[in-house]
Design a protein around this ligand. Structure first.
Ligand code: SF4
Ligand code: SF4
Length: 597
């Protein structure tokens, strides 16, 4: 049967059809739907691990124990998993182990734009790179076979465009599951003390040489001869862009960007007059091909950053923007992203923005609070960095830092990478305050479970982490829980904790407004009473989407009455968006924000 599937759904389906029964991952755009799809198949085990390092370690354990396994993460997740990655490359895996790296050119939902093809070369792990959903399903099967044949982890790299675009795939019957599980003791292979690791280092070189031979003959690396005037070497999504722009040129499509098929590349290069490499992000293929002594044009005409499209490819190669050019985007007013109406983080960041402290932020929806008018967050580096950075800053500032450093982290991110830096704060005695914004879910990636939600990925009840108890066990004496919708309470507790000495933890606890299961705060919508509004604009400081401003200059005379000489307009609440969270009501000194009748 043929069906339309996204690249992510196709990877999950391919893994299932090919006998994978264990998968672990951490949610992150653009990879999230792989785990969510896989978890729904019959007879599989799928888990959200607290972070990507744990996910990879669990998948390694499953593969060594004889199960076909998959570890799923977005590109920055591979940084977190890099420690076990580099060593599992040495030990090998026993049964199949595939690591999905979903990269994000153009940073649609990421803090950087790294090109994880570099990890393949760096860790000496073979990598496959599909260009669409059909290939995504086919390639994961090849990756699993390759892993077992060569006793190596294998990377499958996608990019956002492959992960989320849909194309037709053919569903196949899953192969019968083969029980090869069992405990096999082999310390020389799996205990990487220097004496054993040196032996495995040699095995790694032998394996890479064999993989190079595989790369020469695999149909994953495909020559499509067309006009010999121009040859294009490419991989992944850029293959589609180049084919769209120049369907008649000759192509070497590399479904396996590491290790490269040197002979195949030389042969292809010798058949065309002019050779280009079309690749997004780093000159990964270009540098290796140039190192072979082959004359090729790449980043001297193509951008180093962002996604490509057929227009970019055609104008770079032909110098002619008309061929395949993408029409310019219509000129629409910019609309900055914002926290949702009724978001429980809004009040916390409103207070933090007024405290005059440095707020060390983290990865999550609340990162959006860095913008005006909230300006409640001053740094975002990576998962867990909020607490580590706040500790460093508190130490660097010494006594001058007392009361001036706050770290803010979400519940899911805290579980991912916040525990060790918090322990460090307790152990090394910081004066910073850590605010855990606990909204009971991993909101930014679409409401995934984690160890503090009380449920597993497959919907089973689970042990629920207690943040206050954990902080206490770490040795943090000052722990407070606040209602983030109570501005007075949040302000009071923050001031108290900032004035004290030693590390403290404030847990701002209220479920994400979009998370139905956890009963978020949804009240009656509020409205602005135009008779009472004096135009002070205090409520606008929350930047809540339903609140807007109506200047008198745009209203017909007689429809308003100025309360003060300088009043320029009145606030307005669009009730269909308002959740009645009352934050704006708490700020309005004129009592102008009231419940709708
Ligand atoms: S009550 Fe005010 S702050 Fe809350 S959602 Fe409605 S408009 Fe926004
Ligand atoms: S805070 Fe109250 S008085 Fe001030 S602009 Fe908003 S609604 Fe009007």
């Amino acid at each position: 049967m043929k069906v339309l599937m996204s690249g992510n759904e196709a990877i999950a389906r391919g893994a299932y059809e090919h006998g994978v029964r264990f998968a672990a991952g951490y949610p992150g755009t653009p990879s999230t739907e792989i785990m969510e799809t896989f978890a729904r198949y019959e007879g599989v085990y799928a888990e959200w691990s607290p972070n990507e390092k744990v996910a990879l370690e669990a998948a390694i354990g499953a593969a060594v124990g004889g199960e076909k396994a998959m570890a799923v993460m977005k590109h920055v997740g591979v940084n977190v998993a890099a420690d076990p990655l580099f060593t599992v490359s040495y030990t090998g895996t026993n049964r199949a182990l595939v690591i999905i790296s979903a990269d994000d050119p153009s940073m649609h939902s990421s803090q950087n734009e790294q090109d994880n093809r570099n990890y393949a070369k760096f860790a000496k792990v073979p990598m496959l790179e599909p260009s669409d959903s059909r290939e995504a399903k086919a390639y994961i099967k090849v990756a699993l076979d390759l892993s077992e044949e060569f006793d190596t982890p294998v990377f499958l790299r996608t990019t956002t465009r492959v992960a989320h675009s849909k194309s037709i795939v053919e569903l196949e019957e899953p192969i019968p599951w083969e029980d090869k599980t069992g405990v096999k003791i082999n310390a020389a292979k799996y205990v990487m003390v220097p004496g054993n690791a040196r032996v495995r280092r040699q095995a790694l070189e032998t394996r890479t040489a064999a993989l190079k031979q595989f790369a020469e003959k695999t149909p994953l690396n495909r020559v499509e001869m067309g006009s010999r005037e121009v040859g294009i070497i490419t991989s992944g999504m850029p293959y589609n862009y180049a084919k769209d722009a120049f369907p008649d040129y000759s192509y070497l499509k590399l479904g396996m960007p590491y290790p490269l098929p040197e002979k195949l590349i030389r042969n292809f290069a010798s058949k065309v007059k002019k050779l280009y490499v079309v690749e997004e992000l780093d000159p990964f293929l270009e540098e290796q091909i140039k190192a072979m002594g082959i004359d090729v044009t790449g980043k001297s005409i193509f951008p180093f950053a962002n996604e490509f499209d057929p227009g970019i490819v055609s104008s770079a190669i032909s110098g002619c923007a008309e061929i395949g050019a993408i029409p310019a985007a219509p000129d629409v007013p910019p609309r900055p992203p914002n926290l949702c109406p009724g978001c429980p983080h809004r009040g916390v960041f409103y207070v933090l923005g007024k405290l005059g402290a440095f707020v060390s932020g983290d990865i999550g929806c609340y990162t959006l609070s860095f913008m005006k008018p909230l300006e409640g967050l001053h740094s975002t580096v990576c998962m867990g960095a909020s607490i580590g950075m706040a500790h460093g800053m508190s130490k660097a500032l010494g006594d001058g830092g007392k009361g001036r450093v706050v770290a803010v982290i979400g519940d899911s991110t805290f579980v991912h990478s916040g525990m060790t830096p918090l322990l460090n704060m307790a152990y090394n005695g910081s004066d910073a305050v850590v605010v855990i914004c606990d909204n009971s879910t991993t909101a930014m990636t679409g409401m995934q479970e984690h160890p503090a939600t009380g449920y597993t990925l497959q919907g089973r009840p689970a042990k629920k982490l207690d943040f206050a108890a954990l902080a206490g066990v770490f040795g943090i004496e000052n722990v407070e829980t606040v209602d983030p919708f109570d501005l007075k309470q949040v302000r009071k507790v923050m001031k108290k904790e900032l004035a004290g000495t030693g590390p403290s933890v404030v847990i701002a606890e209220s479920p994400c407004v979009l998370f139905r299961r956890a009963n978020p705060v949804i009240g009656k919508p509020l409205m602005v009473d135009p008779e009472k509004c004096n135009g002070c604009k205090l409520c606008l400081g929350l930047s809540c989407p339903p609140i807007s401003w109506r200047p008198f200059s745009e209203m017909s005379e007689g429809t308003y009455e100025k309360k003060t000489k300088n009043q320029e307009g009145i606030a307005f609440i669009e009730s269909v968006y308002c959740t009645g969270c009352t934050l704006c009501q708490q700020l309005c000194k004129a009592g102008a924000i009231v419940e709708e009748e």
